[in-house]
Design a protein around this ligand. Sequence first.
Ligand code: FAD
Ligand code: SF4
Length: 548
Amino acid sequence: MTQDSSRSDRPRAVNGHAPDVFKREGQVPMREYPKNAPVDFVIVGAGCGGSVLAAKLAEAGMSVVLFDAGPFFQPKRDFASDEREQDKLYWLDPRISDGDDPIELGANNSGRAVGGSSVHFQMVSLRFRPEWFKSRSKLGYGRDWPVDWREMWRYYDEVEDALKISGPIRYPWGPDRGRYPYREHEVNEAGLVLARGAEALGVDWAPTPLCTVSAPRGKSPPCAYRGMCKIGCSVNAKQSMLITYVPRAIKAGAEVRDLAMVGRIETGPDGRASGVSYHRDGEWHFQKAANVVVAGYSIETPRLLLNSANAHHPQGLGNSNGMVGRNLMVHANDAVWGEFDEEIRWYKGPPSMTTCEHWNYADDDPSKDFDGGYSFMSQGPLPGDFAGTLVSSSGLFGDDLLSKMGRYNRMAGLKMVGESMPSPDNRVTLADETDALGLPRAKVTHSFCDNDKRLQEHARGFMSRMMRAAGGHNLFETQSTAHLMGGCPMGDDPETSVTNDMGRSWDVDNLWICDGSLMPTGGGVNPAMTILANAARIADRIIDARFH
Ligand SMILES: Cc1cc2nc3c(=O)[nH]c(=O)nc-3n(C[C@H](O)[C@H](O)[C@H](O)COP(=O)(O)OP(=O)(O)OC[C@H]3O[C@@H](n4cnc5c(N)ncnc54)[C@H](O)[C@@H]3O)c2cc1C
Ligand code: SF4
């Protein structure tokens, strides 16, 4: 295989080298494994779940090949300060979206790159409320996780330290926790709007714990506050998987295969996984493996398991109970925007510099007429993104759009991350249509339930009050969704879940899942830290099971 390192549409992790993510052009040595000898673990998907698992298993001495359908970017060379150019970070291959409340799929919820969605995530780094791990037993809704919150808490500590999360000394909600590894970022004007509004309404607010460094860290400079985070951080302040766990995995002996789309998990005569068929550089290949882990996120993980159906597993792999693809969840991402007399210049700095988790913890508030919770954050959309929001949500065009955009520097917004209830009817199935490789595309069916809608209405009302209290006028609301969760829930009961508590398939004992699809519930906070902590936990469980 040839390497043309100037092109990100050709594999770059080849010939015993991977791109050096801290340089424009350099390379680092990378181990390679033969295809016809089984590696200990093949991991499909180099995002949050897959790269944490790869690093920890490789560091424990296991042979690991980490596949990703997307390119291996070098941020300094490949990430432009140009919103449209950066569409290359997203999973934009068509999917079919269906249901009463169809989800907009693509840029807003799935990445396609080594590093996964963390390459363009907005870096908000929050923990689940402890009770959410047992929301059915303790709060009377949703599903219980097969995990104790204290165990997760230890792994939150581990991943927050690995990513040097920058956050406040005292975080107002949840159990006491230690200090964040790096000091909080200075709050921008957009963040101060939330702070002012919260103080006026008598609720707590906090500088958002963020996954970008507030001081130098090794080869990462501190955040430059130019606000390009959602289109890829070209200066490497953002601690994405691409510049943290992936290099760790490679250093420890893992091989990364970029631009390698896994089309099927193959099984042997005993029904166990034998390896994966993948498409790279114009050809199909087969990699043998003792274990296969799927970490493709909430749509591609079920899609791959369903696409791997065979005579032994006619409903798809790990799907004898029909649960693969079910309980897909999103976060409601409704927002309230408003104009201010003074300049805000909200694009300066990471997009969400302050947060309010009041409604994740206010169980006893008499105005709370819904189960579950929501948080919300200050906003700083880039101009193209915001113009798109105005067009799609408010129907503005022409002079009206221009006039609104003319006030861009005097605007601020609050956007929710709202829990939605898991439902088996919200699901990923296979469409009749196929993609360019001949693989059936995913079809995603999604509807909100009445509780979800009450929660969203409550949030829009509360955020509007807060915006007014902060001095905002000409308010308007938008409705959207963000983040994917679930689709292959883990659980204690083989009848109602896809894997056990360590992500191991109930049906196929050498098949594993390690990504956001495992989440039985979504909580009212952004999911990445929970996915990372769970992956770190699963890695230790696998290592313990193997070596002790
Ligand atoms: C715009 C945006 C902003 C976000 N902001 C935040 C935030 O501020 N805070 C937060 O907590 N979360 C945020 N998220 C969500 C967070 O990024 C995801 O929840 C998280 O990355 C999911 O981790 P994962 O490992 O499940 O999947 P991903 O990180 O998406 O990784 C999956 C990887 O698998 C690869 N893949 C899939 N199928 C195959 C296949 N068949 N073969 C080979 N490779 C495959 C994909 O290319 C992808 O790289 C954001 C997401 C988006 C899109
Ligand atoms: S604001 Fe900070 S994290 Fe965001 S792109 Fe700029 S340097 Fe990177």
